[in-house]
Design a protein around this ligand. Sequence first.
Ligand code: SAM
Length: 289
Amino acid sequence: MDLTDYKEIRALLERHGFRFSKALGQNFLTAAWVPRDIAEAAGLDAETGVLEIGPGVGCLTRELSLRAGKVVSVELDRSLQPVLAETLTGCENVEVVFGDILKQDIPALLEETMPGLRHVVCANLPYNVTTPVLTALLGCGCFETLTVMIQREVARRICAPPNTPDYGAFGIFVQWHAQTELLFDVPPSCFVPQPKVTSSVIRLTRRASPPVPVTDEALLFRIVRAAFNQRRKTLVNALASQVPGVTKEMAGQTLEVLGYDTRIRGEALDIGGFAKITDKIRTIQNADL
Ligand code: SAM
């Protein structure tokens, strides 16, 4: 069965009484080159265990199965159980786990289902949960790479450099944990039902260590979030109004000592700049104790 042929998918889903759920981000691929190219971009081999989120009818799952040592696919929609039982017949290295990816203990799942393999993620993500899913997958530190299809707009934000409109707190979080690559775009015509927006495939490669050293990572991200919560404010005003323990004087003094214009906005700073500011604020706060 061709799992990207619209007529075949429709007949299969009708046979099982399946109804598409918008809330679950169910846009299934109907162009054979897309799952093939996504799986190819994930760089798989027999030593690799792949975590897939949301197999749908299993078109990407089958491509992953051909290339990897093991595939574990987490699917929230239990009504896809009989569909996947049919479409993944013969894919001996695939295990489907029914549940919410956001509620999984990911390190425990990998240890239980794919011990001894190097772990990567490859998925056409449900767009409504892209940010929390990527936050959890990067935060757990279990994966060498994440090759995922997401909304183009979000992909651009993740890969954006400083001084661009797309640059923001989530992009800095991702870039802190991984090197980012924008691979290719996929038009709405490649899905059923068709989404309103274009999609992009990105690859995130986990960094062995953060891009720059910083004394207090939690404070760094509090400062980054504050800077972009109120993008139009100067950094001094954004930090003084949102970061506990930081006064306007302290923020101004920090920028001056580091040689920045005190009217600078967060969007002009790269990760190294944010780290330097974090370290300086931490030093001033420690001296005041
Ligand atoms: N992989 C298929 C494809 O490319 O055609 C389907 C991708 S579709 C964009 C997203 C899939 O994720 C759906 O099957 C949906 O039911 C599933 N899903 C949605 N939210 C989920 C969650 N929180 N945990 C696991 N799966 C989820």
